[in-house]
Design a protein around this ligand. Structure first.
Ligand code: C2O
Ligand code: CU
Length: 512
């Protein structure tokens, strides 16, 4: 449902409602009670996030007027899309295995969001889980109070509660949404978020989304059980390192071996099938929604032309295969031949794979274990990609340089650190509105880390490539340039769900 509507400020109605809030209202405290509970939620949330850290003095909070002012400067098309995301227990049918898990609605594909650039999204989160949850809109440069980080931009929505997100969606591209509470997104609490561009030439016949995910919930241990095991330092079960010295991500690819890999929430034995005609051009929007698995993607018998990275147009670049880190997105275009072909996403360094099948004619469906020869041919590197005209971050002198050291903790319990601190209790990084910032991500550890900054897209210092998630390889330093133009408190973290929970997170705060 969509239609024109007057701009509306995000007011008290945006606070989560839940049993506590309702009880207060029923108790007849009225507006004063509601205002008080609103404050209470905020304080509680903040304390959860930074229990040991002092509130950073003089920083912009999510409810400061400047956040609302920034929103009013975003161009609104006059259109609004309203959706409901119901987080609830459910079952995924994985080629006959019934996996009990948590989903939005009936699952990642049914919950997929498609909206026009410049439109306003009104999204109601209904929490039918028995634990608190939130939705984060990964990669969208939206207003800070709608970013969905519990305890930082909003309190988590309690069991039985609801929350109304309302914001203007600024940029076209391929994004996704996921829970930002604990390791909930390693269950089924994610979905694609496609922002269409009314001005795009659309040089393709089909527009398809392929979401990749490593899967354990309901077929192996729960993500929470895995986290407990990782914390304790024990191995066994899924805590089995994947080693691959010859991979660019190597030597250690992952701490975890997943029982299954899914594409569009389906296992390789029962793949999602894209139907097209020979010679047609397919735009494939690849999203890595996995918690801990980089995928090497290839399309059997075809080369792929990369057109977008993390939603932003690049100069078209043709490769045989690409590595997509956790939370990264690539759009590729392929001209498809006659037959049935596997688009295979092999867990880098491991043995499992996810896949979809593209069928344009007759012929047998390739076997689920297929490993296309393209997987070992020309691999995309960041250095191959350059922003398309109109996607560059204008050049400006740097006002501030921030160095972030990524490392593994040395204590007996497994921790992952930024500047020797385990989040969320670390000291935030601060910037000023309008500043040009350089951030040096220095990886002193033996694993690659996909580092994600909320609310912004940065540019790689070398090539200017626009991204919101950048993989920093082991032992390497990656420098990024950032324009500080979206005031608020923003998370910066590793998008390995377990690394984040084990401490590899910090926040980037705007000074007032
Ligand atoms: Cu994709 Cu902090 O999130
Ligand atoms: Cu990491």
């Amino acid at each position: 449902m969509s239609g024109p509507e007057a701009p509306e400020p995000a007011g008290d109605a945006d606070r989560p409602t839940g049993p506590v809030r309702r009880a207060v209202l029923v108790g007849g405290l009225g507006a004063v009670g509601a205002a008080l509970t609103g404050t209470w939620w905020c304080l509680t949330g903040r304390q959860q996030f930074a229990a040991d850290a002092p509130e950073p003095a003089g920083t912009v909070g999510p409810h400061d007027a400047v956040v609302e002012r920034t929103e009013r400067h975003r161009h609104w098309s006059g259109r609004t899309s309203a959706i409901t995301l119901t987080a609830q227990p459910g079952t995924l049918d994985l080629a006959g295995r019934q996996a009990r898990t948590w989903l939005y609605g009936d699952g990642p594909m049914s919950a997929a969001v498609r909206i026009g650039a410049g439109d306003r999204l009104r999204a109601r989160l209904v929490n039918r889980l028995d634990v608190a949850t939130t939705v984060h809109w990964h990669g969208l440069r939206i207003r800070n109070d709608m970013d969905g980080v519990p305890g930082l931009t909003m309190p988590a929505v309690p069991a039985g509660g609801t929350f109304d997100y309302r914001f203007v969606v600024p940029d076209p591209g391929t994004y996704w949404l996921h829970s930002h509470v604990g390791v909930q997104r390693d269950r089924g609490l994610y979905a694609p978020l496609i922002v269409t561009d009314p001005h795009e030439p659309g040089d393709h016949d089909h527009d398809e989304t392929v979401v990749l995910d490593d899967w354990t919930d309901g077929v192996g241990p729960t993500p929470d059980a895995i986290l407990t095991e990782l914390r304790s330092g024990r191995t066994g079960g899924p805590v089995r390192p994947v080693m691959a010295p010859s991979s660019p991500w190597g030597p250690m690819l992952s701490e975890l071996t997943y029982p299954l890999h899914l594409a569009n929430a389906r296992p390789p034995e029962d793949p999602y099938v894209i139907r097209a005609k020979p010679g047609q051009r397919l735009r494939l929007r690849l999203i890595n929604a996995s918690a801990a698995t980089p995928y090497r993607v290839a399309f059997a018998g075809h080369r792929m032309t990369v057109t977008h990275a993390d939603g932003w147009p690049v100069r078209p670049t043709t490769v045989d295969t690409l590595l997509i880190g956790m939370a990264e997105r690539y759009d590729v275009v392929v001209t498809v031949g006659d037959g049935a072909f596997g688009l295979v996403a092999a867990a880098e360094g491991g043995t499992g794979a996810a896949r979809v099948v593209v069928r344009t004619g007759s012929g047998a469906t390739p076997p689920p274990g297929e490993r296309p020869a393209e997987l070992t041919r020309r691999l995309l590197r960041y250095a191959d990609l350059h922003p398309a005209a109109g996607s560059t971050l204008p050049t400006r002198p740097v006002d501030r340089t921030i160095r972030l050291l990524l490392s593994q903790g040395t204590s007996r319990r497994l921790t992952w650190l930024i500047n020797d601190q385990a989040g969320p209790h670390g000291k935030p990084v601060t910037v000023r509105q309008g500043e040009r910032v350089r951030i040096d991500l220095v990886n002193a550890s033996a694993m690659a880390h996909p580092i994600h900054l909320h609310g912004h897209t940065f540019a790689l210092a070398d090539t200017g490539l626009r991204k919101d998630t950048v993989v920093v390889l082991p032992g390497k330093t990656t420098s990024i340039r950032l324009q500080a133009d979206n005031p608020g408190r923003w998370m910066l973290h590793c998008h390995n769900a377990y690394h984040m929970e084990l401490g590899m997170m910090t926040e980037l705060d705007y000074l007032t």
